[in-house]
Design a protein around this ligand. Structure first.
Ligand code: ZN
Length: 274
């Protein structure tokens, strides 16, 4: 799943290569997908893309946004990957293919589920709750993401629920999902199941600091290595808490992996205090 730590560097890379290119053809849902959420029917989607120029690629939270020359944009999020190729086998299954004026194509593929939206910023904000939240979100890397703002967004002062609930549910911090949660809490040495009623103001400050530190580190390294950018390259950050890892990278004890509040939590029961 692309989270804000991948959307940012992947969009930046895409912008360098795609800016100024024109879309000369589009294939929409040639390979249908049950959980591909397009906001127009196929022909209309295609017609809206034809002969448009990509003027910028940017990101807002976990959305990657391809801005077109007519104020429209193509916005993708969740489990949508895109690759850039000049040769494509007929067997390559894709949910959207854009042929570009330089002979290359952009191939969009959905794994579990994903949004592929097209429209103006205002239209999409009106239609799509998640898009609007992403557009309005203040990034943890922005100066305006203050300690007070962090507490307000996560409702840490409400004293209800656990850390996972506060940080990674209901889009409290758009683009910060279950994946990022694991490594941030490992860095903060706190269990995802810790009750927030047990946190002191000092703990809250520490958590805020660690969250920003970890996000900065991941973005600086070009995203997590679990995700692939448009050139097929993995992000440069080695994800610590993954399903593939069995033991803690610090104390080498077995990691806990369990279903908790929608999705799995992976943590070290020794290093991360509950
Ligand atoms: Zn440990």
């Amino acid at each position: 799943m692309i989270e804000l730590t991948e959307a940012l560097p992947f969009a930046k890379k895409a912008n360098e290569s795609l800016k100024g290119l024109e879309i000369i053809n589009a294939e929409v849902l040639k390979f249908p997908h049950k959980f591909a959420w397009f906001n127009h029917e196929n022909d209309l989607f295609k017609n809206k893309l034809m002969n448009r120029q990509i003027v910028e690629v940017t990101s807002s939270a976990h959305f990657i946004r391809f801005i077109l020359d007519n104020q429209n944009e193509l916005a993708i999020s969740e489990d949508v990957s895109f690759t850039y190729a000049n040769q494509l086998s007929n067997k390559t299954k894709h949910q959207l293919k854009l042929d570009l004026s330089n002979g290359y194509s952009l191939i969009f593929q959905i794994k579990l589920y994903g949004f592929v939206l097209l429209g103006t910023k205002d239209e999409l904000s009106e239609q799509q709750h998640y898009y609007r939240k992403a557009i309005e979100a203040i990034s943890p890397l922005d100066d305006r993401f203050t300690f007070e703002y962090f507490k307000e967004r996560t409702m840490l002062d409400s004293k209800k629920g656990s850390l996972k609930q506060a940080l990674a549910t209901e889009q409290h911090i758009p683009g910060f999902g279950n994946g990022l949660l694991q490594d941030v809490l490992f860095h903060a040495k706190m269990s995802p199941k810790r009750k927030i009623s047990l946190l002191t103001e000092e703990d809250n400050k520490n958590l805020y600091q660690k969250l920003i530190e970890k996000i900065t580190e991941i973005v600086t390294k070009g995203g997590r290595d679990l995700q692939i950018d448009m050139f097929g390259e993995r992000g440069g950050y080695t994800t610590l808490m993954t399903s593939a890892r069995d033991t803690c990278p610090i104390c080498h004890q077995p990691l806990s992996k369990e279903a908790y509040l929608g999705g799995k939590v992976i943590y070290c029961p020794f290093c991360q205090i509950e």
